[in-house]
Design a binder for this molecule. Structure first.
Ligand SMILES: [Zn+2]
Length: 261
């Protein structure tokens, strides 16, 4: 049984603010710390997947440019995908029995959520897919659904877990911290969050076959509201709603997100 883990860093247990993860605004000592935390959470999750019955595990380092952990930091029972994979969100996802979203965060605008944003905190305000406001949990679940893979587990703060429960009621949620603001959280001892991740991953893998796919009706209309001015697209495929809001219709969620990139 193949299990695919995609990581983000905002939802890691020890990460209480963007100072731990932002390339531009981050503190180098805290960024180094978050990379160790990421490796520890990945390895705790791999252990749980093996206990649950996984025989092939792929880890996609998904935050920023996808180079947050090195091969040497990751459990030898998993393969690691880092760097760029043009045109696809989750390379080599095909054939997976389940997708785990590890270290994820709530969608842009969620009150009290650590590092809340959707895709880009600098340039993107809100995203809707077929009229429903969607965060990265939903986007990943839709894309995985298009590849026939269900999301079986989501880890992050309490707000990310609540969002996962709303979007993916059959998926296992794993709360590893409590958010107070975009830049504030209550963090448990690492042993607690790591053993919780292992236990939840095992549970999720065991019940993977019972998790449904999240499917967006095709064609898919993505609406994007930007933060920044002067970025209105000129390609006629986009319907311009106002200077900072436009829509694009494509066959799939994945094609809409990778259009023109
Ligand atoms: Zn991220």
């Amino acid at each position: 049984m193949k299990i695919y883990i995609v990581t983000d860093s905002e939802g890691l247990s020890g990460v209480s603010s963007s100072s731990y993860i932002s390339e531009e605004k981050g503190r180098p000592d805290l960024i180094a710390e978050s990379r160790k935390l990421l490796a520890a959470e990945i390895n705790a999750c791999v252990e749980g997947c093996v206990r649950g019955g996984a025989t092939e595990i792929v880890v996609r380092d998904g935050h920023g440019g996808g180079q947050n952990v090195t091969r040497a930091m990751i459990d030898g029972r998993a393969d690691l995908i880092g760097g760029q994979t043009p045109g696809v969100l989750l390379a080599d996802l095909e054939g997976s029995a389940g997708l785990i979203l590890l270290g994820y965060h709530a969608m842009a605008g969620t009150p009290g959520a650590v590092c809340e944003h959707t895709m880009s905190s600098k340039t993107w305000q809100n995203v809707w897919i077929n009229g429903r406001k969607t965060g990265e949990i939903g986007i990943c679940a839709y894309v995985a659904g298009e590849h026939g893979v269900p999301v079986i587990m989501v880890s992050g703060d309490d707000k990310a877990c609540a969002e996962a429960a709303e979007w993916l009621p059959e998926a296992v949620t794993c709360q590893v911290k409590k958010g107070f603001s975009c830049d504030g959280a209550r963090i448990p001892a690492p042993e607690k969050s790591l053993s919780l991740i292992t236990a939840k991953a095992e549970e999720a893998v065991r019940k993977a076959a019972r998790c449904p796919l999240l499917k967006a009706a095709s064609p898919v209309t993505m609406r994007l509201e930007l933060v920044s001015r002067n970025r209105t697209p000129v390609n006629p495929a986009y319907r311009i709603l106002d200077a900072r809001t436009w829509e694009l219709t494509q066959e799939t969620v994945e094609k809409a997100f990778f259009f023109n990139l």
